[in-house]
Each structure stands twice: as structure tokens, then as C-alpha cells.
Design a protein around this ligand. Sequence first.
Ligand SMILES: Cc1cc2nc3c(=O)[nH]c(=O)nc-3n(C[C@H](O)[C@H](O)[C@H](O)COP(=O)(O)OP(=O)(O)OC[C@H]3O[C@@H](n4cnc5c(N)ncnc54)[C@H](O)[C@@H]3O)c2cc1C
Length: 602
Amino acid sequence: MVKYKAPLREYEFVLREVLQIEKELGSYPSYSEATWDMIEMISEQFGKINEDYWLKSSKDGDEIGVIFDEGKVTVPESMKEATKVVIESGLTQLFGHQEYGGMEFPNVINVLSDEMSCASNMSLGIYLGLTKGAYHCIHKHGSKKIRNMYLPKFLSGQWFGTMCLTEAHCGTDLGLIRTSAKPNNNAYLVSGQKIFISCGEHDMAENIIHLVLARLPGAPKGVQGISLFLVPKYKVKEDGTLGGKNGVNCVSIEEKMGVHGSATCVMSFEKSEGYLIGELNEGLAAMFSMMNTERIAVGLQGLGQSEIAYQNALSYAKDRIQGRDLKEPRNPEEEADPLIVHPDVRRMLLRSKSLIDSGRMLACWTALAIDKSEKDTDAKVRKENGELVELMTPIVKALLTDYGVEITSDMLQIFGGHGYIKEYGMEQFYRDVRIAPIWEGTNGIQALDLAGRKMPQKMGRLLRRFFHPALEFIEKNKEDKDLKEFVIPFSKALKGLQKTTLYMAQKGLANPYEIGAAATDYLRQFGLVAMAYMWLLMLEVAFSKRSENEYYEHKITTARFFYERILPETLSRAIAIGSGSKTMMSLPDEGFDSIHQFTGVT
Ligand SMILES: Cc1cc2nc3c(=O)[nH]c(=O)nc-3n(C[C@H](O)[C@H](O)[C@H](O)COP(=O)(O)OP(=O)(O)OC[C@H]3O[C@@H](n4cnc5c(N)ncnc54)[C@H](O)[C@@H]3O)c2cc1C
């Protein structure tokens, strides 16, 4: 049976001891309630709900799944119960602004709650995550009337949200959108079909609020002609109560590889009443304004699934006996030793642990910058943190989700054949997490965003938001007796990244294929250097407290593994980037074919 324990000690270490969020955020008036005692209490409560309710419902989500019948979608009962518990505890109000009934907790706390919910039941986390995303988008771009009408209902858990971008002929290239919107009195009539809409229809909320991308007649072609509309499943009367059904229908749901508890819907909009969000023809910008938080949230799906897979694999590796320790039996009185004695099993565990720890730190560090970019009174601090967030967002999304797939695979491997069968639940993690590198902008597109947009932006100013503090850290700590062991290889890896960046900037100017060919390797190289920097920040604390208890000593060993075994991958990535685009672009399309006709051979 799958087990899960909320990693609260890890969050205390990262948020309180390393990032010192009380000191960093305590002076912002809207966060005055968010004392560490309060955060701790909420984390414990949230963790317990995840351990006791969400985890139980995850199996039902996978095995019973969502059921489609004549336009209606039914979610398994245990998932509904788990949702009810979280709503009744008031935790859906955590992220909202006080004027709409929210608790206005720092964004960085979202990392903790998103990781836990995506670990214990990723399908269920999607319903609430999309609602949170819709809340932020409407809060930023909706009119006052719309904000007052809709936002309190999201926070109270009565209404849920969706994001409707994709159409059959249009996925990554949103400029191809055909869904139309025609002005009609004070509203618009939205018509068209969207596919792959997560949580487009279900029976967990009174109303479902769709954020739909569509274009007006005569709007400019491509992404410049797209607007964003709020389209409710049930119309909402002036007094906020529900009116009649809008022209929104779920035509079917998809059969898919994982996240079976999340309904993936084909949605038909037939002259459905919608309201403009943001400015006309600026819909994509409005939708993408919430992308930083959304993309970090998707990264946390990867992290959450990695964590739960790791916890279960570790427990199995300690219990299952098979083979003998290479040096001497660990359990001479038993027939065999536990799996954890084998170096190869330890390699998989430690690789995962070191990636999870630094991935979590990276997500929290970036989320803290979001808080500072929104709340700080100093405009310069807001701007600089905003730039850091811009830079790090594609890295957090792609790195944590790619590692999510890798780690769930390695953790399944520790179970051998027992991982491949359903009984232990390991194959569900692998299936569920596989969507995360695909949605919210595929990881290939995240890499292009980093290498093609963020890297050259503002003459490299975004890059400096990472490079400068990292260089300062090196300067300050290069002689430190403890940190030196790590600072020296970090400094080399950072120099390597700077070199690659320069190389790509120069080559990319002459030939855009160079950026396209290098982007994924560049994101990984950057991501690994960023993780190494996160380790340095954690090590500073770990060394200072190593005499207090073993927890800190274990962190140092985990960091050492990362530096010895994972960071060197930056070298092979740099070599791959240096090989350029010539070879991959020179093979003609037919050269990719694997079925060759033996013509002309006698
Ligand atoms: C389970 C599930 C739930 C989803 N939920 C939602 C949802 O709630 N709302 C919503 O709107 N959508 C949703 N989607 C859609 C999802 O966001 C898209 O599948 C994704 O954006 C990719 O689009 P596509 O599938 O059409 O692939 P394509 O765009 O056809 O891409 C195919 C491949 O080509 C690559 N590629 C494409 N263009 C380029 C380029 N210019 N340069 C380099 N590589 C490129 C991609 O990286 C990818 O590897 C969901 C999808 C699934 C499977």
C-alpha cells in the first residue's frame, strides 16, 4: 500500500532556516499574519489532510477514474470527500486576497501546499490548481465587478476554474486559434471547440468558470488577435446567484495514460455568454501573466510525485531482502540483506534525494522572489526580483518535471518487477507525472523560452539576476574551510555556463538553428548550476548547525553526492551545445526514415 508523510521538516529547513522567510517577508503588512507558528500550524493541518484523505482518494481516482455520461462527468466519491475536507478547513482561502475573503499568505507557502497535494493525489491537485490560476488571472485582469462577483466563490471552494487554450489543430502554436467571440450587448457570444480541457466538466462544484481564448471577427491574424473571455457554465445573475445554463457542453472525455481522476474534456462553446478579461487582442498576455505561478505549480507536480515515489522506494529498499552486501552480510542471521545495502540501489536513492532537495529549494527560492516582486515597497527590489522570476520560471517547470519522470522511473526500478505491477502503486506515479513535461508549454518550449527569449532579453539583464548573487557567494566563501570543497567546483560550473551563454548568444545571432538545437541542453546545464547554487545556500546552514544533530550532516553528504555525481553532467551538456546544429539539420527529412527500400541492389 502506498504511504505518504508530508515532508514538513524539509520545509522548515528550507523556508525557515535557509530562506528565513519570517525575516524576509515579515515586514510586508499584508503578510503580518504569516508568522512561523501560523505557517507551521497550517502546514501540519494541510499535511494531515493530504496523508489521511487525499492519498486514499488517489487510488480511486486512478482505478475508478472520472465517468462520462451524456455530458455529465462524475468524480469518485472519495475525491469529493477529500475536496470537501480541504474546503471546510478553509485552506482554499490561503492564497486569496483579504478583500475577497482570503488569508493572503505568502506565495512561497503555495510551494508547500502544491507539492503536498500533487504528491498525495495529483489528479485532485489539478482541480484546485486550475482554480487558483483562474483566480490570479481574474484578479489581475478582470474588472472590479467581475472580481467581486467571482473571486470570493473561488476562495470559498464553491466554484472551480479552467483554462481553455487548446484546439484540435492548435496546441503549442496558439496563433492558430479559431474559437470566435462576437460582441453582444455588454458581453460576447463565444463559439468553438476546445480539446484537452482539464476539469472542464465535473460534479465537484456548483459552477465552473472557463477562461477561454478566442478571436473577434476581423482581429489581427496570429497571437496578436487573441482575446480572453470568462465563460461560466451557469450564468451568474447581478446579485451573484446562479442563473440559467450557458451554452457550454462537455462533448466527451479522453482515455489517457495517467491522472485518471482528472477529467480531460472536449468542450463545446455554442454562442455562450462570455465577458472580456483584460484588453481586446491582449488575451494571450493576460493568460500568460499567471504563467509564472502556474508553471512553478506544474514543476511542483514533478516534485510532489518524485517525493512520494522516493518515500515508498526507500521504505521498500529497507524491507525487501535480496542478495548480500558486497563486503560482509548486514543481517547474518537472515537469509539475505535488504536492498539498501547495494551500491546501485543507493545510487538511485541518493540521486533522487539530492535532486528532490535541491529542486524543492529552487522552487521555494523562486517563489520567494515572486513575493518580493509583488510586495516590496522598493520599486528596484520589485523589479529585480521580477526579472529573476522571469528567468527561473522555465527552468523550474522543465527541470522539476523532467526529473519527476526520471525519479519516478528510478524509484519504480527499485521495486523490480513489483514496481511494474499495480499492487505497490509505483507505476501510477510514473504514469501520472508523465503529463507534466507536456502541458503548460512543453519542456521543449520552456527551453526555447529560456535560450531564445530570456537569455538575450534586455542585454542579458535577466541573466545577471542569477549570475551576480552566485558570483558574490563565491567571492565571499571561496576561502571558507567547509564550503571551499563545494565552492571550487561550483565556480567552474558557473564559468562553464557563462561560456556556453556567450557562445550561444554569438552563434544564435547568425543562425537561429543554433539556439533551437542547443536549448534543451542549455536549460539542463543552467538548471544543474542553479541546483548547485541552491546546495551552497543549504550547505551554509548545514555546516553551521552540523554539531546540533545528524540531519545537517546528512544534508552535507547528500550535497556531496550531487556535486560528485550530478553536477559533472554540465560538461557533457556544454559539449553537446558546442557541437552546434549542423549535423542535426543536415540530415534530410527522408534520412530519418527507418524503412528503406532496397532498390537498385542486384
Ligand atoms: C491530459 C492533458 C490535459 C491538458 N489540459 C489542458 C487544459 O486544461 N487546457 C488547455 O488549453 N490545454 C490542455 N492540454 C493541452 C496541452 O497543453 C498541449 O497538449 C500542449 O500544449 C502541446 O500541444 P500539442 O499537444 O498540440 O502538441 P504540438 O504543439 O503539436 O507539439 C508536439 C511536439 O512538437 C514540439 N513543438 C511544437 N512546436 C514547436 C516549436 N515551435 N519549436 C520546437 N518544438 C515544437 C513540442 O514541444 C512537442 O514536443 C492538456 C493536454 C493533456 C494531454
